[in-house]
Design a protein around this ligand. Structure first.
Ligand SMILES: [Mg+2]
Length: 224
């Protein structure tokens, strides 16, 4: 049983639903298509650039804005226009999140519209006290520090009483150093691998990861 947690913060993609190759691959592929068209590149080159920017700038979008001055709105609309049918709502996850003692938030590098659409489709959206999307942090993504600070300020969150759930390991480093507890949600098919979720230690994923689980429902059942 976790004590002293007043604020529960969840990433959206691949965290509130199980990381599924087919689902997130739609967004990944649409990003490649968009970049190829926008910069008139061969898809192979576009994909390399997409992953390079993801590593260097936190999101591919952030790199495109910084290097090419791209307007984010059209890109976000395009890449988030995807088929949600393969995402199945989990009533047990809804019950567990609903029962958490304290406030619940979504903090995502995706757009507001995407968070609303996916969150609603999963039957979870109405449970959250606040949703912070990429537009709310001036398009500066996790793992940079400012979106976390901005988010905590906006909702008056005391980091030492908060816990963050994430599938992208590097997005847990700043929250941990701010004082939050951290949970890495993994899946068999990790779409980040090997770009981002490289193992960083011999014995565990990283010193800033407190818990690792491959199933949010199981973890919440055991710890709350
Ligand atoms: Mg994610």
């Amino acid at each position: 049983m976790l004590r002293g947690i007043t604020d529960w913060i969840f990433d959206l993609d691949n965290t509130l639903y199980r990381g599924d190759a087919r689902f997130f691959a739609q967004i990944d592929k649409k990003m490649t298509d968009y970049i190829a068209r926008y910069l008139a590149l061969h898809p192979t080159e576009a994909r390399l650039l997409q992953k390079e920017y993801l590593v260097e700038y936190g999101t591919s979008l952030s790199g495109l804005m910084a290097v090419h001055g791209m307007d984010p709105a059209d890109f976000l609309d395009y890449v988030h226009d995807i088929d949600l049918d393969m995402l199945k709502p989990k009533p047990e996850l809804r019950s567990l999140i609903d029962a958490l003692p304290g406030r619940k938030f979504i903090l995502t590098n995706g757009s507001r519209g995407h968070a609303r659409k996916v969150g609603t489709h999963l039957g979870l959206y109405d449970l959250f006290d606040g949703v912070f999307a990429i537009e709310d942090v001036d398009y500066i993504p996790k793992p940079k520090r400012s979106p976390y600070v901005c988010f905590c300020d906006a909702f008056d969150i005391e980091a030492t009483q908060a816990i963050m759930f994430e599938d992208s390991i590097r997005n847990l480093e700043v929250p941990k150093y701010m004082g939050m507890r951290t949970v890495l949600v993994t899946s068999d098919h990790d779409w980040h691998t090997p770009v981002l979720n490289k193992p960083t230690g011999e014995t565990g994923p990283a010193p800033y990861v407190d818990y690792v689980t491959d199933d949010l429902v199981t973890w919440l059942s055991a710890h709350t």
